[in-house]
Design a protein around this ligand. Structure first.
Ligand code: NAP
Length: 261
């Protein structure tokens, strides 16, 4: 008996779709049929060249019609216009990657009783190392993202929103690194030397935290800060200067944006 075809469709062929499709075709397993929307022609063309399983649809409706699992991967500001124009099948699996549009609004835009799941994949899915948050739990969606790294199924919307807020630290991470490298350069250091040192340092620190999940981060902070030493001083000064308060506020602001949608 022939194996039934299972097609993935993507509305919005931008950064995150490119990362997912790149990951999907790089796995050591058969590539599913993938249909992407035609806008952003260069990206769509590039993805189609990755595998003969990837095709570019003539328009967005053709993506919806072809897809068993349909991903909404447009930016929030165009979501309403794009999604309302489409006809969905009752029961169709629709996975929205749009971080700031909630289930109720999505349902009203979709206008059909679809099987709706939200997910927050990160660009690292391209290298099969992405952690993807999923809500509500969904076996098929979790299985797909597990092959691109790790899938975290959230039991509550609150959990999903908090993880989505934490996921928005990517820009800040590189921003902090850039700031420190810039400071090192201002002290006469070569940019490449400063960057190479700092990135290796951060890799080591993340590796310690990753490999020791049972040791509290507070304990690690103390363990890696000699009493009265430089690390202790750095953290104390950072805190005194409002660094931790600024971080807490930024997390709250981003969470509020996610929850206001
Ligand atoms: N990037 C991430 O790390 C990430 C992670 C998780 C979730 N997300 C979410 O995923 C969504 C997409 O993010 P992104 O970073 O991939 O953005 P992006 O690179 O700007 O991609 C969005 C794509 O949608 C296309 N588009 C605009 N109008 C369209 C239409 N009418 N029909 C079909 N496609 C249309 C855009 O084409 P044009 O460029 O021609 O306008 C663009 O290629 C956002 O809602 C974001 O919150 C992103």
């Amino acid at each position: 008996m022939a194996v039934p075809k299972f097609r993935l469709g993507f509305i919005g062929t931008g950064t995150i779709t490119e990362a997912i499709v790149t990951g999907l075709v790089s796995r050591e397993m058969p590539v599913p049929e993938i249909v992407v929307s035609p806008r952003s022609a260069k990206t769509a063309e590039r993805l189609a060249l990755l595998s003969e399983q990837v095709t570019v649809a003539v328009d967005n409706q053709h993506v919806v019609d072809a897809a068993d699992m349909l991903f909404l991967a447009v930016r929030p500001n165009v979501a309403e216009e794009v999604v309302r124009a489409l006809q969905f099948r009752p029961g169709q699996k629709v996975v929205s990657l749009i971080a700031t549009v909630d289930h109720a609004i999505l349902r009203s835009m979709i206008g059909a009783p679809v099987n709706l799941v939200r997910a927050v994949p990160l660009p690292f899915v391209a290298t099969l190392t992405g952690v993807t948050t999923v809500f509500p739990p969904d076996v098929a969606v979790e299985a797909l993202f597990s092959t691109l790294g790790t899938a975290v199924a959230c039991k509550t919307i609150k959990e999903f929103e908090v993880l989505a807020a934490a996921s928005a630290l990517m820009g800040s991470y590189f921003g902090i690194m850039d700031h420190v490298v810039g400071w090192m350069q201002s002290k006469g250091m070569l940019q490449e030397t400063a960057r190479a040192y700092l990135t290796q340092h951060f890799v080591s620190l993340s590796t310690v935290a990753f490999r020791n999940p049972s040791i509290s981060l507070e304990h690690l902070r103390h363990e890696y800060s000699t009493k009265g030493g430089l690390n202790e001083s750095m953290f104390a000064e950072f805190n005194k200067g409002g660094g931790l308060d600024a971080l807490a506020l930024a997390l709250e602001v981003v969470l509020a944006r996610i929850q206001a949608s």
